[in-house]
Write a protein that binds this ligand. Structure first.
Ligand code: T4K
Length: 370
């Protein structure tokens, strides 16, 4: 990879010497997976850091979604958003559940609660929203609808590590929330993920389900899967937890710089911080309004690529456009006008903790020199 290239993200890496020290400990212990000491330590440390009651670690951010649906015995239809990474809807598919897509709000990219009720049918059993880019969903409005119709709520919080609203973790909303600790996320364990739950009994059940359903040496209580995190990645995760706040602050500074420079560039829209929210600056989406800007989103995207600046069009195409889902009634574009508009306009600019001022300046100058 050319050193002059600026990528959309760069992984948060722990100190190599410290990591080697922990690797030595793991080697000596000869305990490398299956709820080892680092796994237990990381679950506790994450619960404290994230201000949530219980955390169960997973091997990625997709399997906790699949497992949450299984644990809550969700069937029939689930209301969800097309504006996400495919894993959100794939988790429904893996459980034999029909996704019902509902449009999003332009202000956050998250599901629009005002449009949820109209999509509820006698088969609806749950709502699966996504805190897109770490922007919190309107959790109160969603919970009110869920309570009214007796629905479960599972948040795909893959982007929402450390996000708080008025001092409370957004991960506490709903019946369960899931996280991704993929290399490209604010906080990573290389591959990894987690589920957040409210009580010990649920945590125990989830711990069984991620270990084939084993509840002891000889008892299998359910057809679980293998989605355990190993000791090496748990140790890596403990070290990254020590430096994640500094990484979030570095991202915050990048966001400030982008906003200062892009304010006033006609045809380029971006979001400001929301009051009372601790953001994690996991992504910095801009929305290109082609007529005012004088160039289409795709032309700007390609121009950036030519200059070695690799933003990403997350989330284009919409999930509802992929062949598995596009035949669904709810996937029809006229049902999802806001999601389509956003998918057609978005570019996520490079955003990570190692971006230098000169890199940010390069991105800004390409956008300004249309
Ligand atoms: N729900 C939501 C809402 C999600 O966004 C995701 C994952 C999930 C669920 C599922 O969680 P996981 O099962 O993945 O834990 C990436 C990630 O693979 C994926 O985790 C993430 N969302 C999605 C939004 O983005 P790609 O296909 O864009 O990744 P890739 O390989 O093109 O990398 C993106 C950029 O990061 C590149 O410019 C290079 C850079 N990079 C990447 C890797 C892997 C590095 O610098 N170092 C690296 O090691 O999907």
């Amino acid at each position: 990879m050319d050193d002059n290239n600026i990528l959309v993200t760069s992984p948060l890496l722990p100190d190599l010497d410290e990591f080697q020290g922990l690797l030595k400990e793991i080697w000596e212990s000869k305990w490398i997976t299956n709820n080892g000491s680092f796994h237990q330590q990381l679950e506790k440390a994450l619960a404290k850091y994230l201000k949530v009651p219980y955390v169960s670690l997973f091997t990625n951010g997709t399997l906790p979604l699949i497992t949450a649906l299984q644990a809550l015995r969700i069937t029939g239809e689930v209301i969800t958003t097309p504006y996400s990474f495919v894993a959100t809807t794939h988790a429904l598919w893996w459980n034999g559940i029909k996704p019902v897509f509902v449009d999003i709000k332009w202000e956050t990219g998250c599901i629009d609660p005002d449009k949820v009720e109209a999509a509820i049918t006698p088969k609806t059993t749950a709502i699966m929203p996504v805190h897109v880019y770490g922007k919190p969903c309107d959790t109160q409005a969603i919970q009110d609808i869920a309570d009214k119709y007796g629905l479960k709520v599972i948040y795909d919080a893959a982007h929402a590590f450390g996000v708080e609203v008025n001092g409370e973790s957004v991960l506490n909303a709903g019946d369960m929330a899931t996280l991704s600790f993929h290399a490209t996320k604010v906080y990573n364990t290389i591959e990894g993920g987690a589920m957040v739950m409210h009580d010990e009994k649920t945590k125990k059940r989830i711990d069984y389900l991620k270990n084939f359903g084993f509840a002891g040496e000889t008892e299998v209580v359910a057809p679980g899967i293998n989605s355990k995190m190993d000791e090496i990645r748990s140790a890596y995760g403990l070290l990254n937890l020590k430096i994640v706040d500094a990484a979030i602050e570095a991202r915050h500074q990048v966001a400030i710089k982008y906003r200062e420079a892009l304010r006033g560039v006609e045809g380029i829209e971006f979001w400001n911080d929301l009051p009372g929210v601790r953001h994690n600056y996991s992504y910095f989406p801009i929305f290109v309004h082609a007529e005012e800007y004088g160039m289409s989103r795709d032309d700007l995207y390609l121009k950036m690529c030519e200059k070695g600046i690799y933003g990403r069009r997350y989330f284009y195409p919409l999930i509802s456009e992929f062949s598995t889902y596009r035949g669904l009634e709810s996937a029809q574009p006229e049902n999802l006008p806001v999601a389509h508009a956003m998918a057609d306009k978005v570019i996520c600019l490079p955003m990570h903790h190692t971006l230098k001022n000169k890199d940010v300046d390069r991105v800004i100058s390409v956008i300004k020199s249309r």
